[in-house]
Design a binder for this molecule. Structure first.
Ligand SMILES: *Cc1c(COP(=O)(O)O)cnc(C)c1O
Length: 357
């Protein structure tokens, strides 16, 4: 069975076999070697300097990393403007509400590019007594496959001295990310999407100076404490040791294959192969390719077919696709090209589509 859902992904044999290494106590030096290797390889994905940035690992899925980032990197006196154009942006707003972090939302259409002028207007409308300190956005909105353009948002932050917090869960490792833009403070991501590890470990890449002002609103996901202990080759709790084995092996494989630029090219080729093939069968994408990620695309559900029917027919052919979220499941479906997939797999997928009854 090949997984075309947006994580967990189809593993390579090499990563799958890495799960069968010796039992390991997380208080032994072998575990801390693994933790150190994961952290340094993750920094190297975008060539970041360890003097400026650090990677903080935690046990949990991608949502844990986003929650840790929001609950920690926004300082006690912080105030967040959340840019929302999908389910994952909504989730950030729910986290702010849960932790009682002062915030507002600027809600855009899920089907259109972000309205940068509206975002700027909201930032400027904030009162002088209560200015925003942070802007948060989802890089790749997996709800629709839209890749949000970060450059104009980072520029807004620079002009107003704000920090940018990014949910990069479904883009980290595949899409370009401009860490050199001074306003990016932190990116949350996970092992089991574009990096091809297994679920269970996620992480935040955070600027060291942003960590200095971090708040401590959560116990388990306290980024400051996790960072401090990891820097000392330590860990507060029992990590998902096997997920660390897989992450490190996946990162070695990632580096040998050519890193982020290579992963981008590979995903792009597969995503375009699927898009062209489905278009030829009369199944167009919902969002134009130039506004989409290379990681996932959403497609109009062919008329006369429910999602459940499409799903079951493709599953019988060996492929798991993904529904649209909520009501969108009535009109669209999603195909991710993450994971250990090759051109021949997409050929077979397209044959399954062509043979749909
Ligand atoms: C997958 C995903 C998450 C986190 O999902 P988990 O199920 O917790 O791993 C968060 N944000 C985005 C954009 C995602 O695609």
């Amino acid at each position: 069975m090949l997984l075309l859902n947006p994580g967990p992904v189809t593993l390579s044999e090499r990563v799958r076999r890495s799960l069968l290494q010796p039992d390991l106590c997380h208080r032994e030096s072998e575990f801390f070697d693994l933790q150190d290797e994961a952290r340094s390889r993750l920094l190297a994905v975008y060539g970041l300097s360890p003097a400026e940035w650090t990677v903080v690992l935690m046990t949990g899925s991608g949502t844990a990393a986003v929650e840790s980032m929001i609950a920690s990197v926004v300082p006690e006196a912080g105030r967040v403007l959340i840019v929302e154009n999908g389910v994952y942006g909504e989730r950030i707003a729910q986290m702010c509400a849960q932790y009682r972090i002062p915030h507002e939302r600027v809600v855009g259409s899920w089907m259109e590019a972000l309205d940068v002028n509206a975002i700027a207007a909201r930032l400027d409308a904030a009162s002088a007594e209560k200015p925003f300190t942070h802007l948060s956005v989802v890089h790749h909105e997996t709800t629709t496959g839209r890749l949000n353009d970060l450059r104009p948002l980072a520029d807004l932050c620079r002009a107003r001295d704000l920090s940018l917090l990014l949910d990069g869960v479904s883009s980290f490792g595949a899409q370009e990310l401009d860490f050199a833009h001074g306003r990016l403070a932190a990116v949350a991501a996970t092992a089991n999407k574009c990096l091809h590890g297994v679920p269970g470990v996620s992480f935040v890449v955070v600027r060291r100076d942003a960590l200095k002002q971090a708040a401590s609103r959560t116990y388990y996901l306290d980024l400051g404490r996790l960072a401090k202990l990891q820097e000392q080759r330590n860990t507060p709790f029992t990590p998902a040791v096997h997920a660390y084995y897989a992450l490190v092996e996946a990162l070695r494989e990632f580096d040998e294959e050519g890193g982020q630029p290579a992963r981008f090219r590979r995903y792009k080729a597969l995503a375009e192969q699927a898009r062209e093939g489905l278009a030829a069968l009369g199944i167009p994408t919902v969002i134009p390719p130039e506004e989409s990620s290379v990681v996932l695309r959403s497609y109009h559900l062919p008329s006369g077919l429910t999602y459940a029917q499409l799903h079951d027919e493709l599953k019988a052919g060996g492929f798991v696709i993904y529904a649209g979220q909520g009501d969108l499941s009535k009109t669209l479906f999603r195909i991710s090209t993450m994971g250990n997939l090759a051109t021949g797999d997409i050929d077979r997928l397209l044959t399954c589509f062509a043979n749909l009854r």
